[in-house]
Design a protein around this ligand. Structure first.
Ligand SMILES: Cc1cc2nc3c(=O)[nH]c(=O)nc-3n(C[C@H](O)[C@H](O)[C@H](O)COP(=O)(O)OP(=O)(O)OC[C@H]3O[C@@H](n4cnc5c(N)ncnc54)[C@H](O)[C@@H]3O)c2cc1C
Ligand SMILES: NC(=O)c1ccc[n+]([C@@H]2O[C@H](COP(=O)([O-])OP(=O)(O)OC[C@H]3O[C@@H](n4cnc5c(N)ncnc54)[C@H](O)[C@@H]3O)[C@@H](O)[C@H]2O)c1
Length: 446
């Protein structure tokens, strides 16, 4: 069987690796328009903020490794068209050579691109986006310039908050804008996001929430020099737009069934409306166990898992995805937040009737007075069924990073808040208390 994979980042690589490791003997062709593969954008802010010196280790796979396993890899080759009826992929190399690859099974792993705000001045020099390695390099190069002093970041979601921290670490003045009233509003309820807002403000980041950019203005050299919002005008030297992703589905959007945001609709086998075409990662929908429906959640973790699922199904072993919770986390100037499933705000927006239980305690046993940070927890559950549908944790303690995964499993397995209340959680003073905050939050649920 011949399998063509378009896109050689996390989702495409996971599909190819699964096929190569578990179902050898197939002909595999991988095509990507970029010159690199496997870039972990997740590390961009850590590198640009100089918490690590170089970006080299943010790549975990090389074209040569796949070639050594018999894969044909075409980089700097852009797919321009797919003939789904005759099962052919049309592409062009950097030197404009035409490539035609026939397939038995096609994997769309074309990912996503940042959303471009449709505002006057959006194409000015000095306005950046952050997804590709090259985009990280461009921002890094700007940060080295003495004259680039004031950075405006638009969108205080995950990318915006992380790159705002990186800019501050590089000694810049940072203005962080978001249409919502807090940072991280898509992931956390206001009571939690406020903790991150205080942390950002304490580290000198100027917060402009509930404020919408209306226009970008240029200086005489054509570089962005001002942002006009619905509230004021600000002088800036650089703009980084981080207002979310849109699926890179143009190759298939008029031929395959798509979701309301344009992502390719897939089933739990990652199969699209064309049974010979699979879609994985940021280009595709994904099943949310919190929502009990398909939705769009762009995460590297989902890209890897959906790629593995597609690899098995293409290879010949039927495997249904267990779905995801959209579990996520962020660490800014040592303040950590993790969440899974839906916040109260997100659940209500989706029409669910939910309740929540909050609790706050020290992470370790009360008699340990050093390095014992406070932890805030919120568990969100459906009011009638009492099914857990979300959790949020915030602390300087890194231990919360592990705890959120238990809630992820609870949501996947449709556990109720009452089942969680008496769950056997280990106790060791170095790590927690006998009245664990997760237990107490669950017991407190009315
Ligand atoms: C700054 C940043 C930080 C992030 N941090 C995290 C994190 O901490 N945790 C997390 O889970 N997620 C994180 N993400 C999200 C994560 O990077 C994405 O969810 C992930 O990259 C999706 O992987 P993918 O393989 O589906 O798509 P992509 O990474 O978008 O890759 C798609 C590939 O397809 C190629 N392609 C597209 N169209 C064509 C075409 N027509 N022809 C040929 N090739 C094509 C592209 O060149 C690209 O290489 C972060 C993202 C960014 C930008
Ligand atoms: N730590 C992580 O897990 C991590 C890190 C980075 C990125 N990611 C993922 O990558 C994807 C893209 O990240 P992102 O930060 O671009 O998206 P995001 O959805 O996390 O945040 C986008 C933010 O932009 C705001 N916004 C939208 N339109 C706006 C406008 N016109 N003006 C001002 N603000 C506006 C939204 O309110 C939101 O807070 C997400 O799926 C994210 O989860 C994850």
């Amino acid at each position: 069987m011949k399998i063509v994979v378009i896109g050689t980042n996390h989702a495409g690589i996971a599909t190819a690796n699964t096929l190569l490791e578990q179902y050898p003997g197939h002909e595999i062709v991988m095509i990507d328009r970029n010159s690199n593969m496997s870039y972990l954008g997740c590390g961009t802010a850590i590198w640009v903020g100089r918490q690590i010196e170089k970006p080299d280790e943010l790549f975990y796979a090389k074209a040569e490794d796949f070639e050594a396993k018999g894969v044909k890899i075409l980089t700097e080759t852009e797919v321009s068209e797919i003939d789904f009826a005759n099962k052919k992929v049309y592409a062009k190399t950097k030197s404009d050579d035409e490539i035609i690859e026939a397939y038995d099974k096609l994997v769309l792993a074309t990912g996503s691109r940042p959303i471009i705000p449709n505002l006057p001045g959006k194409d000015l020099k000095g306005i950046h986006f952050l997804k590709l390695f090259q985009e990280g390099q461009a921002i890094d190069a700007e940060f080295t310039k003495e004259k680039v002093k004031r950075i405006a970041v638009i969108g205080a979601g995950y990318i915006g908050t992380e790159i705002a921290e990186a800019a501050k670490r590089r000694g810049k003045e940072v203005l962080l804008f978001d249409a919502e009233n807090t940072s991280l509003a898509s992931y956390y309820d206001e009571e939690f996001a406020k903790g991150m807002d205080e942390n950002l403000a304490q580290h000198g980041i100027e917060l402009h929430f509930g404020e919408l950019a209306k226009e970008f203005k240029a200086n005489e050299e054509g570089y962005v020099s001002q942002i006009v919002t619905n509230k004021a005008t600000y002088d800036v030297d650089l703009v980084i737009n981080c207002i979310g992703f849109t699926a890179n589905s143009a190759l298939a959007s008029d031929k395959l069934a798509t979701f309301k945001n344009g992502a390719i609709k897939v089933d739990k086998h990652q199969q699209s409306s064309d049974p010979d075409v699979y879609a994985v990662g940021d280009v595709a929908t994904i099943y949310s166990n919190a929502l009990q429906d398909f939705t769009y959640i762009a995460l590297a973790s989902n890209a890897v898992r959906s790629g593995i699922v597609a690899g098995h199904n293409i290879g010949g072993k039927e495997l249904e995805s267990v779905g995801v919770q959209g579990s996520n986390g962020i660490s800014i100037f040592g303040y950590n937040m993790t969440s899974t499933g839906l916040s109260v705000k997100a659940a209500k927006k989706l029409g669910l009737e939910v309740s929540f239980s909050d609790f706050e305690d020290k992470q370790k046993a009360w008699f340990l007075h050093e390095n014992n940070d406070s932890v805030k927890i919120r568990i969100v559950y459906e009011t009638n069924s009492r099914r857990i549908i979300g959790a949020q944790l915030a602390s300087k303690s890194e231990i919360i990073a592990g705890n959120i995964n238990m809630f992820s499993l609870a949501i996947q397995e449709k556990k109720t808040i009452d089942e969680l209340a008496l769950l056997d959680l280990f106790f060791l003073p170095h790590f927690n208390s006998p009245y664990n905050y997760m237990t107490v939050a669950a017991l407190n649920a009315k």
